[in-house]
Design a protein around this ligand. Sequence first.
Ligand code: COA
Length: 186
Amino acid sequence: MNPKKTENKMQIRETRHSELDTILSVARSAFGSDEVPDLVRDLLSDPTANPTLSLLAFDGDRAVGHILFTSAQMEPEAPLSISILAPLAVVPDRQKQGIGRKLIEHGLRMLRESGIDLVFVLGHPAYYPRHGFRTAGWLGFNAPYPIPEKDADAWMVQALQPGKCISYKGTVICAEKLNRPEHWRE
Ligand SMILES: CC(C)(COP(=O)(O)OP(=O)(O)OC[C@H]1O[C@@H](n2cnc3c(N)ncnc32)[C@H](O)[C@@H]1OP(=O)(O)O)[C@@H](O)C(=O)NCCC(=O)NCCS
């Protein structure tokens, strides 16, 4: 299969309520267990996660990737709009073909346009810096649960409205369904 050729057919769009099973199936296929799909389902029905941004990538009729952003707050309170990227999933036979990158770029563009200031992620420190994320701890942003020193680089942030966020520091308060220690281990 020629990845370039299939990329041309790729479509990314916001998910519909009727697509929950499709979203969960992409997450299950990518992560190989029910833990992450359960979290996605919980977050999509968690009012404290709103506004969410949920995007599916389609190759023709087939859903091949999903990304979810959920709302967060800062403590102490700050006049910032904050989002957390979690999770990102690409089905195994379509990984390493740029689908993850496209979902991240598409999501960040939409969040920037909607006025979101900061996007956080706890993820692979070799992957997300390719998409503009930088270590958050050094900038003074704590995760909802302490991240072990050895994984400090995995807690990352990206400012979408340059110049606005520089003077703020604090602890990120995530949606209730994400606010469990097991979700904050890399
Ligand atoms: C991680 C994931 C979303 C990346 O999606 P993708 O579509 O395969 O990624 P892209 O095609 O945009 O990028 C591929 C590149 O990222 C690298 N990459 C993928 N997963 C990586 C990881 N866990 N750590 C470091 N680099 C990784 C690949 O090696 C590849 O590098 P290359 O371009 O030098 O060959 C996908 O592999 C996946 O769903 N994995 C299982 C679930 C998961 O771990 N999700 C992330 C949760 S934070």
